[in-house]
Design a protein around this ligand. Structure first.
Ligand SMILES: Cc1ncc(COP(=O)(O)O)c(C=O)c1O
Length: 458
């Protein structure tokens, strides 16, 4: 029996009876009933009632090449018929992870040439955490194991991912984090810059918080700093251009490894293959997932720099870590086909030179002046809109996140899927969006803001 035999009401009832959703207030969802998405094509998703919704979030920051790519389905089909699964344990390999690892080494910054596969961003960050601590232990410095992260960072939802992340509500439910992880301020000028402080100065001050944490712990105790180049789930927080080069300088000065979490920013979103290239830095690890397959298959790749890889290979012996689906042949076949599409269609370059700048201009010219908007910002095809009660003072509406949810619900009803985190609306569209799609999205955002203004101010 296929799902077409069920009515929306029946699917919602079964969903409510059996399905525990991620990051969800289950009682609230069960009262409201889920929206059931049944198909998608190009930049659009369609729900069970036939509503067409422009997907401003590329699924969950992942469907970079858009929906309905037969090429990816065919790559999966061919691989499934030929070899649906074999592992990379016991001195075995299959062809697709081998070729994908080579391809990723070619795309990554030049000192990054090795790849450890997993199935999700969270898993890849678990690997990264274990790997950097193992690295220092192999170098005879096991006490150099502290990790510095940022408040409000998102690094996944496993115990290690949650511990690395800086989301307070998640920590509260953790019942004990992985030890020796500390969190410093985020580079979020809109709320944290001092009066009169320039963006450049603020970036340096936010980087100094990393240095202060290293000095306070003692550099001999600090293994690494981890950060999303642009904080995604935390509200598309874009650091000033001064931030990352300064963080890199500080890490090198104290011999602290630099770990980038590019689960969202990897594979073109910032107008380069990796945001490391957008910010001009050379990290020691790069966590990637999501757009590696454009979400068509679950796959993550932890890209590992030469320094760590050399020690692991030369001094490591067996590294007791790995997943059943590490280097899954089908997922890797889809990733290779996905990278082919991104390359062939010039999507990375298009974000950098065409749609990225156009998106920034559209947000500035069409959205920024709205009464409910405190700030718009974007980098490549990642954008944010701050929702405020008072533009001049930046005062927020009462009840954190309530106003943004009103805007979001109007946006969805107007045919645009976007997300609200706290009082920030976030956008992360597929890289196939054109100038026309951006115009259409802005029409719908303006409509949603107008309707929300009526609701919120009466
Ligand atoms: C920056 C970042 N890291 C890690 C993750 C976790 O990835 P996953 O949900 O695939 O485990 C996410 C997911 O959104 C993310 O945005």
């Amino acid at each position: 029996m296929t799902y077409q035999n069920y009515s929306l009401k029946q699917l919602q009832q079964i969903d409510a009876a059996h399905h525990l959703h991620p990051f969800t207030d289950h009682k609230e969802l069960r009262e409201a009933g889920s929206r059931i998405i049944t198909r998608a094509e190009g930049p659009y998703i369609y729900d069970s009632e036939g509503n067409e919704i422009l997907d401003g979030m590329a699924g969950l920051w992942c469907v970079n090449v858009g929906y309905g790519r037969n090429e990816l389905a065919e790559a999966a089909y061919r691989q499934m018929k030929e070899l649906p699964y074999y592992n990379s344990f016991f001195k075995c390999s299959t062809p697709t992870p081998v070729l994908l690892a080579k391809r990723l080494a070619e795309l990554a910054p030049k000192s990054v040439n090795q790849v450890f596969f997993g199935s999700s961003g969270s898993e890849a960050n678990d690997t990264a955490l274990r790997l950097v601590r193992h690295y220092w232990a192999l170098e005879g410095k096991p006490e150099k194991n502290r990790i510095i992260s940022r408040r409000n960072a998102y690094h996944g939802s496993t115990v290690a991912g949650t511990s690395l992340g800086g989301m307070e509500p998640m920590h509260k439910q953790l019942g004990g984090a992985v030890p020796n992880i500390v969190h410093v301020m985020m580079p979020y000028a809109y709320e944290l810059a001092l009066p009169g402080e320039s963006d450049h100065e603020f970036g340096l001050r936010a980087a100094k918080a990393v240095e202060d944490a290293i000095v306070e712990a003692g550099p001999e105790k600090v293994a690494a700093f981890i950060g999303e180049p642009i904080m995604g789930a935390g509200g598309v927080k874009i650091p000033p251009m001064s931030y990352w080069p300064e963080v890199e300088r500080i890490c090198r000065k104290y011999d602290v490894l630099l770990m980038l979490d590019e689960v969202i920013t990897g594979y073109g979103r910032t107008g380069e293959w990796f945001a490391a290239q957008s910010f001009g830095i050379e990290p020691d690890t790069i966590t990637t997932a999501k757009a590696l397959t454009s979400g068509y298959q679950p796959l993550s790749a932890l890209l590992v720099g030469d320094r760590i890889a050399r020690t692991l290979v030369e001094k490591g012996g067996e590294f007791y870590h790995g997943y059943t689906y590490a280097g899954h042949p089908v997922a890797c076949a889809v990733a290779l086909a996905n990278l082919d599409i991104i390359e062939r269609e010039g999507l990375v370059d298009r974000v950098k030179n065409d749609t990225g700048p156009y998106f920034a201009q559209a947000l500035r010219e069409r959205i920024a002046d709205h009464r409910l908007v405190g700030e718009v910002r974007s980098f490549g095809l990642m954008g944010a809109i701050e929702i405020v009660r008072d533009k001049a003072t930046r005062e927020r509406f009462e009840g954190e996140g309530r106003a943004a949810v009103v805007v979001r619900d109007h946006a969805i009803a107007s045919g645009l899927m976007l997300r609200a985190t706290g009082d920030t609306m976030i956008l992360s569209p597929p890289l196939i969006w054109t100038r026309e799609t951006i115009d259409l999205a802005c029409d719908r955002i303006v409509k949603a803001l107008d309707l929300a203004e009526k609701d919120l101010f009466g």
